[in-house]
Design a protein around this ligand. Structure first.
Ligand code: G
Ligand code: MN
Length: 254
């Protein structure tokens, strides 16, 4: 079936302070884009960013939470981030399914993080806020994804319950050559900490970016410098190889 061709990849999230792996982000992948009617590039972009699109939402949720439980049972008590789309909030049974799965696989809700992109939030903010508040009451963490690239982004920080600020990779990719990008990142870290949020830098590709982000006090990061998104088996093997700490050397990660 179609479901067999849709799969999840996992990208690690690490702590700048300790070098430890603190979580994974699940990213949906479509290995046979030529089967789709939409252009492969376009579809890949959508499927990759938006984990939970109909009609695969519940199937993907089950896959992701089962994986989280499996890692937890193997001794990796990491968190898992899922990208939610606006559509998921219009279907209450998706939220029901989510809590059902946490219970079925005996996963504490605080290990689950829901990432919302700012553009996906731009309509119906109060309805989204209600659902996010409910999720947060149940101890699921809420992340604002791609921060800094959406429209009127700052108002989300006081209108929505937020735990995590994921700063968009465009700033990280320019920060070592563009002083404005670096200033924006510094400000995002200050702002996030002022609001008691975890600040995540996306798209960390070089050691130079890594060192600068660590220096400005960014909490966590993701990016090719540490690891690319990996299929399930590779991600598990990678976790196994990084069981204790990550040690950084001149050549990268050892
Ligand atoms: O919107 P969101 O931040 O969830 O999207 C994450 C996307 O960024 C994924 O498609 C992932 O493959 C990509 N990505 C992850 N790390 C890097 C990186 O270091 N550089 C670039 N260019 N893309 C990355
Ligand atoms: Mn994301």
């Amino acid at each position: 079936s179609d479901k067999d061709t849709l799969t999840l990849n996992y990208q690690p999230k690490f702590s700048f302070a300790t070098g430890q792996i603190v979580g994974m982000e699940a990213l949906a992948r479509w290995p046979h884009p030529e089967l789709g009617m939409i252009s492969p590039l376009q579809f890949t972009g959508i499927a990759e960013k938006t984990l939970l699109i109909n009609p695969y939402t519940k199937w993907l949720l089950r896959k992701a939470i089962k994986q989280l439980a499996s890692w937890r049972n193997q001794g990796y008590p990491i968190a898992l981030a899922l990208n939610f789309s606006m559509k998921n909030f219009t279907d209450p049974s998706v939220i029901e399914t989510l809590f059902g799965l946490l219970k079925e696989f005996n996963v504490p809700p605080e290990l689950l993080e829901i990432e919302i992109t700012e553009s996906a939030l731009s309509t119906n903010l109060s309805a989204v806020a209600d659902i996010l508040r409910y999720l947060q009451e149940k101890r699921i963490r809420i992340a604002i994804d791609d921060f800094g690239t959406g429209l009127s982004s700052l108002n989300y920080l006081f209108e929505l319950p937020v735990d995590v600020l994921k700063v968009d990779k465009i700033f990280v990719q320019s920060m070592t050559t563009n002083s404005a990008a670096e200033a924006i990142l510094r400000s995002a870290v200050t702002l996030g900490h002022e609001l008691n949020l975890e600040v995540v830098a996306e798209g960390v590709e070089t050691e130079e970016q890594y060192n600068l982000l660590k220096k400005i006090g960014c909490d966590t990061g993701q990016g090719y410098f540490i690891a690319r998104p990996m299929p399930e088996e590779l991600a598990t093997a990678w976790l196994e190889s990084k069981k204790s700490h990550l040690i950084f050397s001149k050549t990268g990660v050892s």
